[in-house]
Write a protein that binds this ligand. Structure first.
Ligand SMILES: [Zn+2]
Length: 113
């Protein structure tokens, strides 16, 4: 068995070990959920990377949790659909009003009553 030639002094040993301390990891924040994430890594909580879903986190959860998440997603989709529908109806109403006004102007020009 090889042996060290001389005893390493406490000072030499401690000087060597002075570089062994662990450094804190540099964490970034997730753009979609705001939780701390390793930079250049997908978020382990929501599975997003650069605002795109890369990992389906729900798949790794138990079935009940998966169902909850699916329900939430469905609710959000429904909300967005309702918003879009509202906006389209508003637009239609304003357009119909504009057409009514145009027709009224035409009738005035024609001299109808
Ligand atoms: Zn996230």
């Amino acid at each position: 068995m090889p042996h060290p030639k001389k005893k390493t002094t406490k000072a030499a040993r401690n000087q060597r070990r002075s570089h062994h301390a662990l450094k804190a990891i540099n964490l970034a924040t997730c753009e979609s959920c705001g939780k701390p994430v390793k930079s250049h890594h997908a978020c382990t909580i929501c599975g997003h990377y650069k605002r795109k879903e890369v990992i389906n986190v729900a798949k790794k959860l138990p079935k009940k949790e998966q169902q909850k998440i699916e329900k939430k997603k469905a609710k959000e989709a429904n909300k967005e659909l309702k918003k879009v529908k509202k906006e389209t109806t508003k637009l239609k109403k304003t357009e119909s009003k504009k057409e009514d006004i145009k027709e009224g102007m035409k009738s005035v020009v024609r001299g109808d009553k």
